[in-house]
Structures are given as structure tokens and as C-alpha cells.
Design a protein around this ligand. Structure first.
Ligand code: G3P
Length: 300
């Protein structure tokens, strides 16, 4: 699985690059806003972006800011023409559907994806929330699709919270796990971690009993990814899947297990992927056990 970092912060990109694990970068207007706020005033955003492009050899997604077809195509070309010559690694991010309110249409994003892909500009189709959107984006020629795992969990978590009269905070809760606890109550027995994984990620039937814990038959962000991958495998699309809106190391592990092409991961989550308390304890024990004779050898 390729690892992209989901950030526009240069120090995070450079740090992940220095670990030898980085295959690309994804940004969006919100991430650029955060990066600029952190970098402070007086920074040339154009130079800043160029520096990011030079830091990584892999693809760097830059997103358009408009929502009309003409403006998206025009902005995508500006981004591509201005920045791709730097390191030949620009991918333009286009929302799969730019509808926001009455009067907007639902199809400008897909039309822009088709038009830009036809012109040889690689498109990352973003804000994918359903397997059907991913299917349409692939058919329109997107080089990448970005299903938003965490935001689907947000939606389902909110629905479960409403049902149960609770407000579950973002990032602290896997909606499917709550459903598992409810299922345990029904069964009258504890369901262990392995069984949870089997139920949630390999045997969806039990989860589908929870009508209130799903979104149109999808009951978690990871479940949506499974579905997108199944569709893509079935029809052998070349479009690569970027698991996006990742919030936890566990989600990364599940992405890797299912064989997703790419996960784009916030830097803080990439850091957590390296940490385990038993590794630290083991490290301490090894250091404590270095006897003087061995230390002499190690000195060389
Ligand atoms: O890759 C998309 C990502 O930036 C959105 O993440 O956590 O804001 O849903 P999040």
C-alpha cells in the first residue's frame, strides 16, 4: 500500500519523506489554509507549494476552489500549467459533485473530471462518499478516487447518537463498535476483537441488521472502501483508490489488509503507526542488558 500524507504542512511532509515511507501528498483548500496559518505571514504560497512539489517524487494533489464547470476546468489548468513543470507530479483534485444548494447541478464535477482526463491532466476525484460515485468517477477517467472514510463514520456516528440520545465526539469512536456492543447485549456474550473484525469487515450480514447504523446499506467508512474496491476489482478499472479522511491507525491497518492502493493519512496518525508500548519496554530492556564486554565490541 502506498502511503500519502494528508497535509499541506511542509515540515510534516519533509519529516515523513525523511523516514523513507512517503509515496505522495494530498492537500485540499482546508489543509492549505491550516498550513499557511502555521507558516505565518509573509510566505509566498506559490513558492511554498513549489517546495512541496520538489520534496516528494510521488503525486501531489492540489484542489480547485471553484464549483462551476468552467471555473473548475480553468483553475485545474492553471494549477497544472503553473506547478506541474516543477517536478512533473501534480494531480488536480476535483470534487465528484459540487452541488451545495438549490440551483447547483450535480454533474459539474464529473464533467470536469472527464474533460480534464481527456486532456491528459490526472484527476483525483474527491469527496467520494458512495461506491456509486466512485464508479462514475472511474468511468469518467479519474486517475484516482478519494473515498472519505472518516466522514462516513461521522455521519453514521451522528445517526447512532441521535438514536441513542448521545453525542459521540469525533475521532473517539468507531460507529460499528457501538453496534457490536448492542449486538453483544442481544447475544448475551462478549465478542472478541477477531470476531468483531470478521463480522464488520468480512461478514457484513450481521451489521446490516442495524438499519439505523448504516448509510444506504453502508455501515462504516471502511465498509464503503470494501465496496469501492470490490467494484473496481470486478471491472478492472485502472483508477487507483486513495483511502482518505483517515482518522486512526486501526483504519490504516484495515486499508492495508484489504489491499487498497493508497491511504492518505494525517501526519499525526502516521506517527501513531510506529508506536507500541511493548516496543518501548523491549527497547528499554535491551538497552539495560548491554553488558560492558558487548559495549566494547559495539564501539568498534
Ligand atoms: O483526504 C481528505 C481529508 O483531508 C479530509 O479529512 O478528517 O477532514 O474528514 P477529514
Amino acid at each position: 500500500m502506498k502511503i500519502f500524507v494528508d497535509t499541506a504542512k511542509k515540515d510534516e511532509i519533509k519529516e515523513a519523506e525523511s523516514w523513507g515511507i512517503l509515496d505522495g501528498v494530498t492537500t485540499n483548500p482546508s489543509l492549505i489554509k491550516k498550513a499557511v496559518e502555521t507558516a505565518g505571514k509573509g510566505v509566498s504560497l506559490e513558492d511554498y507549494i513549489k517546495d512541496i512539489l520538489r520534496t516528494v517524487e510521488g503525486p501531489v494533489s492540489l484542489e480547485v476552489g471553484a464549483s462551476s464547470l468552467e471555473e473548475m476546468i480553468s483553475e485545474a489548468k492553471v494549477l497544472y500549467d503553473k506547478f506541474n513543470p516543477i517536478n512533473d507530479n501534480v494531480v488536480v483534485k476535483i470534487p465528484v459533485n459540487t452541488y451545495m444548494c438549490d440551483g447547483d447541478d450535480n454533474f459539474s464535477g464529473i464533467k470536469a473530471t472527464k474533460a480534464l482526463s481527456d486532456q491528459g491532466i490526472p484527476v483525483n476525484s474527491t469527496l467520494i462518499m458512495t461506491p456509486n460515485q466512485a464508479l462514475m468517477a472511474a468511468k469518467a477517467g479519474a486517475a484516482y478516487v478519494s473515498p472519505f472514510v472518516g466522514r462516513i463514520d461521522d455521519l453514521i456516528r451522528k445517526r447512532i447518537g441521535l438514536k441513542r440520545g448521545k453525542d459521540y465526539p469525533k475521532g473517539t469512536y468507531y460507529p460499528e463498535e457501538l453496534a457490536i456492543r448492542v449486538w453483544e447485549n442481544k447475544l448475551g456474550r462478549f465478542i472478541d476483537e477477531q470476531e468483531i473484525d470478521n463480522i464488520i469487515y468480512r461478514d457484513h450480514e450481521i451489521m446490516k441488521l442495524f438499519d439505523w447504523a448504516n448509510d444506504n446499506g453502508i455501515f462504516s467508512g471502511i465498509d464503503m472502501l470494501w465496496s469501492v474496491k470490490k467494484v473496481y476489482d470486478e471491472y478492472e478499472f485502472d483508477t487507483e483508490i486513495i483511502a482518505a479522511s483517515i482518522r486512526t491507525a486501526r483504519q490504516v491497518r484495515l486499508c492495508a489488509e484489504m489491499g487498497v492502493d493508497i491511504a492518505t493519512i494525517p501526519f499525526s496518525v502516521i506517527e501513531k503507526m510506529m508506536i507500541h508500548r511493548k516496543t518501548s519496554q523491549g527497547m528499554k530492556a535491551f538497552c539495560d542488558d548491554v553488558i560492558p564486554e558487548y559495549q566494547e565490541i559495539l564501539k568498534g
